[in-house]
Design a protein around this ligand. Structure first.
Ligand code: NAD
Ligand code: LMR
Length: 333
């Protein structure tokens, strides 16, 4: 059995966390051999609700869960953390675009960047889920200059999972048999879900998704738009933003980062651009990445980009540049 690791979940009294904490405590992320200390951060008015979550976690009798630390104090929450799930932020309501959240949420991530810088382990791994996730992750890293930039990521795994599920539905194949879908760019309505390199197992044969679907018009229009607007569609239906699927996706993201992607596979994560695919360096942009069991990752290089993709990839990069400019303004005000 490995030594206990300290895992922080922010927004711990919220909807996503309600599913997420049990997935983590059960061993879905770090493995069923990895003991955990779970730190639960929320704001002071939510401490009563958080206490209920703590009671339930205890009542689950998870063997791996060695300690639960509920708090509203950043100095306690971020101290010596190994992995941070930054979920806590205001969710989008019906009719809002993600950029409407920016002003409200970005300052939270400035403060949490400073707290990570001061209190967390220098090799802490950070996933930002709270929206606008890419820009919040960028700001968080900016205010945590002592932590390597590659330790900050934002979640686009929910978009990847959604895309795999739509393709599997369309082809009548297993969701796990759809591989190498890519989410490029922002976790927003400008993201580009790209199946040009994706494969699916159809009637026992691994086939390019484009060939198996045989409907380029659907792939270039309805499919892309469904994934781009899925978050809004869930909000319209539930009157609340996606939570169970977001929790599952954040577990998938961190599990693959922690344990490594299987040979020949890749996953999408928003990470700092190193200029790959002519994405401006320094943007927090979703790329296909391969991860290794030593918790490192690399952007998959050398994929061909056609004109259609180029245009979509540039559009989402432009949105991220605009978000970054607004966020920096908000933070310096
Ligand atoms: P929620 O309102 O149910 O919970 C958010 C929690 O965060 C609340 O308990 C709130 O008190 C807490 N919080 C607010 N400020 C905080 C702070 N400074 N420190 C710690 N906690 C704080 O919301 P939710 O449904 O759990 O969603 C959380 C965020 O995740 C939202 O921004 C939502 O838009 C986003 N989200 C992202 C994705 C994605 O794919 N990246 C998917 C779904 C939701
Ligand atoms: C989602 O994609 O479901 C979330 O980011 C919530 C939202 O605001 O769309």
């Amino acid at each position: 059995m490995s030594g206990t690791i300290k895992v922080l979940v922010t927004g711990a009294a919220g909807q996503i966390a309600y599913s997420l904490v049990s997935f983590i405590a059960k061993g879905d992320v770090f493995g069923t051999n990895q003991p955990l200390s779970l730190v639960l951060l929320d704001i002071a008015p939510m401490m009563g609700v958080l206490n209920g979550v703590v009671m339930e976690l205890k009542d689950c009798s998870f063997p791996l869960l060695k300690e639960i630390i509920p708090t509203d104090d950043y100095a306690v929450a971020f101290r010596d953390v190994d992995v941070a799930f930054l979920v806590g932020a205001m969710p989008r309501k019906e009719g809002m675009e993600r950029k409407d959240l920016l002003a409200a949420n970005v300052k939270i991530f400035k403060g949490q960047g400073e707290a990570l810088d001061k209190h967390a382990k220098k090799n802490v791994k950070v996933i930002v889920v709270g929206n606008p996730a890419n820009t919040n992750a960028l700001i968080c890293s900016k205010y945590a200059p002592s932590i390597p930039k590659e330790n900050f990521t934002a979640m686009t795994r929910l978009d990847q999972n959604r895309a795999q599920a739509q393709i599997a539905d369309r082809l009548g194949c297993k969701v796990e048999d759809v591989q190498k879908v890519i989410i490029w760019g922002n976790h927003s309505a400008t993201q580009y879900p790209d199946v040009r390199h994706a494969t699916a197992v159809v009637e026992g044969t691994t086939t390019p998704v484009q060939k198996a679907v045989q409907d380029d018009n659907w792939l270039k229009n309805e499919f892309i738009s469904t994934i781009q607007k899925r978050g809004a569609a869930v909000i319209a239906a539930r009157k609340l933003s996606s939570a169970m699927s977001a929790a599952k996706a954040s577990c998938d993201h961190v599990r693959d980062w922690w344990c490594g992607t299987p040979e020949g596979k890749w996953v999408s994560m928003a990470v700092f651009s190193d200029g790959s695919y002519d994405v401006p360096e320094g943007l927090m942009y979703s790329f296909p990445v391969r991860t290794k069991p030593d918790h490192t990752y690399e952007i998959v290089k050398g994929l061909d980009i056609d004109d259609f993709s180029r245009q979509k990839m540039d559009l989402t990069a432009k949105e991220l540049e605009e978000e970054r400019a607004t966020a920096l303004e908000v933070c310096s005000a």
